[in-house]
Design a protein around this ligand. Structure first.
Ligand code: CA
Ligand code: CA
Length: 274
């Protein structure tokens, strides 16, 4: 992260109003800036587990843990983090756990990862969680949903509205942990500017429109933005677990957000069920 960009962030996850547990997970690394061995950059992860009982929860948490470990390992080895390889490695961890434990058989998870380093962002992505780049001018979805209905929408067979309300919208065409290897979408060299923000979210947020996402992320401090987005999802039925991570970038000294940051991060939590 460049000296003149200040980062503030927050996250919130909620089980929603219908589901009995929360199979979403998120992570941010490094967790603690007082670590002597701080890896360069900031890594944000969001994952949405699939699988009966607690299996989905295990899968989403394994994805976060595996990526965090890889981030620190590469830093110790003085290697740049290869996001694609890191996600593939997480896939192998989950696949191996699923194959060696009958209770976890068939588990999987989405995984969307944002790495901020110096003036650029890199993302890696599998599944139907989403990463948006948001600023005053636009909101861009940087990820493509790996789901059957999204595929049909891309082919022009379903409209956006039909896809959003389709009964089979949850069927993924790609997930971590379900096969020994998985193709990973990667977008590199996304230029960072003061005023940019990123939103990572699971599909529990799909009933919130792009305009509402943009408005909420730009006009609220990160924690308030997260709280509001989760509330909107729950007010519109809360049919699924919902998780949001909001990251805002500002230039040092000029930002209304700079007062929030002692260094360039501010962790605001995030009760799993709160
Ligand atoms: Ca799920
Ligand atoms: Ca979900």
């Amino acid at each position: 992260m460049s000296k003149n960009l200040i980062l503030s962030w927050a996250a919130k996850t909620h089980q929603g109003k219908v589901r009995k547990n929360n199979q979403d997970a998120y992570g941010k690394f490094p967790k603690n800036h007082n670590d002597p061995d701080i890896p360069p950059g900031q890594l944000f992860i969001i994952s949405d587990g699939l699988g009966g009982h607690n299996a989905g929860q295990v899968a989403s948490q394994l994805a976060v843990r595996s990526l965090g470990q890889e981030f620190h390992l590469q830093a110790r080895n003085k290697q740049p983090l290869d996001l694609r390889e890191a996600v593939k490695k997480a896939n192998r961890h989950i696949f191996h756990s699923a194959s060696s434990n009958t209770e976890l058989s068939g588990m999987g998870t989405t995984c969307s990862v944002l790495l901020l380093f110096e003036q650029t962002a890199t993302i890696a992505h599998v599944g139907d969680s989403r990463i948006f780049l948001i600023n005053r001018n636009e909101i861009i979805q940087l990820t493509q949903d790996h789901s059957q209905v999204a595929e049909l929408q891309r082919q022009g067979i379903l409209t956006k509205e039909e896809a959003q309300n389709h009964p089979e919208r949850n069927i993924l065409t790609r997930a971590l942990g379900t096969l020994a290897d998985v193709p990973v979408d990667v977008v590199e060299n996304i230029d960072l500017q003061p005023g940019d923000a990123f939103l990572l979210c699971t599909d529990g947020l799909t009933k919130v429109t792009s305009e509402e996402l943009q408005e909420t992320v730009l006009h609220n401090e990160p924690q308030k933005a997260c709280d509001r987005l989760v509330r909107m999802a729950n007010d519109r039925g809360g049919e699924d677990n919902v998780t949001v991570v909001v990251v805002q970038l500002a230039s040092e000294g000029t930002s209304v957000f700079s007062r929030l940051t002692s260094w360039f991060t501010r962790k605001s939590d995030a009760n799993r069920d709160g």
